[in-house]
Each structure stands twice: as C-alpha cells, then as structure tokens.
Design a protein around this ligand. Structure first.
Ligand SMILES: [Zn+2]
Ligand SMILES: [Zn+2]
Length: 227
C-alpha cells in the first residue's frame, strides 16, 4: 500500500497540505476542455441546459458531474485504485470530485443532496479486491459536504457479467434486477457516486429503482465520464 505523499501526485512539487494530493497548478490543467450537458455529461454546446439527446431520451438521473474525460492522469489513477488497491489515492480523488461539485454548485447547477449512496460491488468482487474503493471515496465526500452516507443503501443482489465486455443492449439486460434499494429514500434528493461512467447503464438502473422507491431526484458524481 502507498503512504500519503507529501508531494504533488503529478509534478512532485512539495505540498503544504499533503491531503490535497495535487498542487493548484496541476489541478487547473485537469478541467474538462469540452463543454458538456449538465444532465448526461456528454459533449454539448450548452452547459446550463439539457442537450437534445436528454430531451428525447431523458436519463433516469437529473444531473451529472465528473472530474475529467477517461484520460490520463485520472484514467491511470482510477486503474491503480481499482486493481492495485492504492487506497492512498482515494482522499485525493475524493477531493477532485468535491471540487467539481463545488464548481457546479457555484454555477447553480446542483442542489445539496439529502443522502449519498455509492454504486455497490458484489460481495464476491469486493472480497477479491479486499475493499470497495468508492466506499472510501464516498465516506470522505460525506464528511466534507456534511451529507449523510448510507453505505449499504443499495445492494447488488446478484453477480452481473463485467459490463465493459458487453454491448449497450446487453448491458441493460445484464443489469435488470441486479440492485435493490435497502433504505427509505422517499422524498430524498440522492447523490450516487461511481468511479467511471461509460454508457451510464449502471447508474441509470440504480437511479431508476431509486425513483421507483420514491426518491425526489438523483445526481451522479463520478471521477471520469467517457466522452
Ligand atoms: Zn503539481
Ligand atoms: Zn444531455
């Protein structure tokens, strides 16, 4: 396991606050260059109103924020976090999500949620990896935003095939009945945290069952969005 570095993860500059993980200069270069739709997160001319795709086929969630596109350095960090158990990265990555959230809040695009949830791993996969890295990240976010976090609020009730090996239509079939809401969410504004959004079918399916269970709205927070 890596220990908390006292230098920037990118440029190796010494940091005043080690927990920040990344210096302000590197941070500025991480922002998404392409304007994106505030709902689906895909490229769009308008960053404050929903794109045509969302108007035609609205996703089950209402807002989406992410740090960057699926590209280095985020891509490498997410891989390290996922496959090599680099838990020292989680605080820095949580902070990047927090900064994206604060920016969207300042722009008036997001309400403060009532509850944080994170996309669950199946027990078997969590056991293979030893931990759920997004659980760690969501705990930091709950602490900093002051929003409660229900760690077991959504359960995966059966093992699904690895999503990225499937085509879009098969992904939807693969996910039907895969999750269960384990907590009262009626009337609540929910933020759902995931590491990488590709087609959005996983967060879409969880948003769908949250709304069916009475949630008022769902916003998706993630590290990367494939554009
Ligand atoms: Zn730096
Ligand atoms: Zn859109």
């Amino acid at each position: 396991m890596l220990s908390m570095p006292t230098v920037c993860w990118l440029c190796r500059m010494p940091l005043a606050l080690p927990a920040q993980g990344i210096c302000s200069l590197c941070l500025r270069q991480l922002s998404v260059a392409t304007p994106c739709c505030p709902r689906c997160g895909l490229p769009s001319l308008h960053t404050h109103t929903e794109c045509g795709r969302c108007l035609l086929h609205p996703p089950f969630w209402q807002r989406m924020i992410f740090v960057t596109d699926w590209q280095p350095p985020l891509r490498e960090w997410v891989k390290q976090l996922k496959f090599f158990g680099a838990t020292a990265l989680s605080m820095m990555l949580a902070r990047l999500i927090l900064l994206s959230w604060l920016t969207a809040r300042r722009q008036g695009l997001l309400d403060k949620p009532d509850l944080l949830l994170c996309v669950p791993l199946h027990r078997k996969r969590a056991w293979q990896r030893g931990y759920n890295q997004m659980d760690d990240i969501t705990r930091h976010l709950a602490h900093w935003t002051g929003c409660p976090y229900a760690a077991a609020g959504v359960k995966r009730q059966r093992q699904t095939r690895i999503q990225h090996q499937l085509r879009a239509s098969a992904r939807k079939r693969n996910l039907r009945g895969a999750f269960r809401v384990e907590r009262a969410v009626k009337g609540l504004h929910i933020a759902l945290v995931d590491d990488v959004i590709t087609t959005g079918s996983t967060v879409g399916e969880i948003s769908r069952i949250l709304l069916a269970a009475g949630a008022a709205s769902v916003q998706v927070w993630s590290l990367c969005r494939t554009l």
